[in-house]
Structures are given as C-alpha cells and as structure tokens.
Write a protein that binds this ligand. Structure first.
Ligand SMILES: NC(=O)c1ccc[n+]([C@@H]2O[C@H](COP(=O)([O-])OP(=O)(O)OC[C@H]3O[C@@H](n4cnc5c(N)ncnc54)[C@H](O)[C@@H]3O)[C@@H](O)[C@H]2O)c1
Length: 255
C-alpha cells in the first residue's frame, strides 16, 4: 500500500457550518492546506464575510451561504444552493452551536429547547441533508462537534450537556446506518477551548482554575489543537473509523 496522499483532500468539497465561530477558522485553514474546496455556512452574515475575507487574504477561495441550522427549510435551502454550486459533497463539519452556562433552576423548557434545537436537531438536519448527497456518491465524511460535557458531568449546563451527549450518541447510530455506504460519521469533542463561546465562563478566574484542574495537560485548548483530528477524520486516513467520539481534551475525560 502507498501512504502517499493519505491526508490528501484535493478536489474534496468541504462544507464547514458554524464557520464564523471561534473554532472553525483554523480548521478551514487546515482543510484548505490539504487541498479541500471550502463551502462555508453560518447564521452570521458579517461573520461569514469576515472569515471569507481572511481566507481570501491568504489566497484561499471560498463560497458561503447563510443558514439557521435549527430550521429545516433553511438547511434545505443551503443544500439546494450547495448542490447547484458544487454538485457534490465530500466532507461536512458542523461547528454551529450554542452554550449558555446556567444552573438548572434558570433553565426552563424554552431555554432547554433553544440549545437542543441548535446543537442536536441542527446536527441531525445537516447530517440528513449531507447524506442525501453522499449516499448517491458512495462516499463521504461527516464530523459533528461534541464536547467533554457530553461525556462527563460538569455543573451549570444540563441542556448543553444533554445536546452534546445526544450528538455523540447520534453519530453511533448514523455510523451504523451508513456503514455499508462508505460514509464515516464521527464526532470531535473538545475541552474548554479559547474562543468567544468559552470566554464568558473563563473570564471568572475561579472558574478558570476549576476547569484547568480537570485538564491533566494543564492548559485550555486552542483552535489549532483540533486541526489534526479534523483532517484525519476528513481524509482517507480514517476510512475504517466510524461512530467514534474523538476527545481533543488534554486528557480531561480519562482522568
Ligand atoms: N469553545 C469551546 O470551549 C468548546 C468546547 C467544546 C465544544 N465546543 C463546541 O464547538 C463548536 C464551536 O464552538 P465555538 O467555540 O467555535 O463557538 P462560537 O460561539 O465561537 O461559534 C459558534 C458559531 O455557530 C454559529 N451559530 C449559532 N447558532 C447558529 C444557528 N442556529 N445556525 C447557524 N449557525 C449558528 C454562530 O454564529 C457562530 O459563528 C460548538 O458546537 C461548541 O459547542 C466548543
């Protein structure tokens, strides 16, 4: 066997959803480095403009489209445009997510549903639409964002933890359903990583200390920590890996 091109993503169309967020940018750069063509989606128009300008300034072309991942019609519209533009989809990574650290007495049904609709239902809708392109192609890679909080108990985010545990569980089911179609579906679960999403929690020095104490490697994650795992699960190097949650967490979940 030749190992040449194991991580090659040339000619692969990669849809990155939640592309305007703090974690996605480095992954976009990583995918482009290995040759992928980038399609970006997010709810934030300004964010999409910012990311595509940043990529453009580095000579990386990208296409973008707005989407609300919790709205089935909006997800369908995104995929209709993507189908028209590229005619195929090789990789779909969903970073779109919401976090809202709250004690349980402050989470009512509406708040619980809001988080689950974006993090879990959104992931389902994107995976479903992606598969409508990938199944006829006979290949594809789907990566959904989980979290260490989908695996271990941390206070003050029962709705968020439930949504991420749901994502991690859903990838196992989807992976089995798609196992014979040459489509691999996995989750990547980061630990607290320095982005706008985690900023509100980490700016409290006590909370930061408490979180650091749970990470054996003794530091918070960086968006660049995810890139190797993302490229691995996007490439042929992971063709026999499916239904897994890969924790990129400095040892948090094993300690
Ligand atoms: N940052 C962390 O510490 C951390 C840790 C574990 C898991 N995660 C997960 O990683 C993913 C990305 O996190 P991040 O830190 O980049 O967050 P972020 O808040 O910086 O980015 C999230 C992006 O999702 C977009 N978005 C929100 N709601 C949307 C919707 N309904 N439709 C479309 N787009 C929507 C936002 O506009 C934003 O660009 C999330 O799923 C998050 O739960 C993050």
């Amino acid at each position: 066997m030749s190992y040449e091109g194991l991580f090659n993503l040339k000619k692969k169309v990669a849809l990155v959803v939640g592309a305007a967020g703090g974690l996605a940018e480095e992954t976009c750069l990583g995918l482009a480095h290995f040759g992928a063509k980038l399609a970006l989606a997010d709810k934030s128009f300004e964010g999409l403009d910012r990311v595509s300008s940043m990529l453009g300034s580095k000579g990386i072309a990208s296409w973008h489209h707005s989407v609300d991942v919790s709205d089935e019609n909006s997800v369908e519209t995104l995929f209709n445009s993507l189908r028209k533009k590229f005619g195929r989809l090789d990789i779909m990574i969903n970073f779109a997510g919401l976090a809202a650290p709250l004690p349980l007495e402050k989470i009512d049904a509406g708040e619980f549903q809001r988080i689950v609709n974006v993090n879990l239902l959104g992931s389902f809708l994107l995976a479903k639409q992606s598969l409508s392109l990938m199944v006829p192609q006979g290949s594809g890679k789907i990566i959904l964002l989980g979290s260490v909080q989908g695996q271990i108990g941390r206070p003050f985010s029962s709705h968020y933890s439930a949504s991420k545990g749901g994502v991690q569980s859903m990838v196992r089911t989807l992976a089995v359903e798609m196992a014979k179609q040459n489509i691999q579906i996995n989750s990547i679960a980061p630990v607290f990583t320095l982005t706008p999403m985690s900023e509100s929690v980490i700016k409290d020095p006590e909370a930061k200390e408490r979180i650091l104490a749970t990470i054996p490697m003794g530091r918070l994650g960086l968006p660049s920590d995810l890139v190797g795992a993302m490229v691995f699960l996007s490439s042929s190097a992971s063709n026999f890996v499916t239904g897994q949650t890969l924790f990129v967490d400095g040892g948090c979940t094993i300690s």
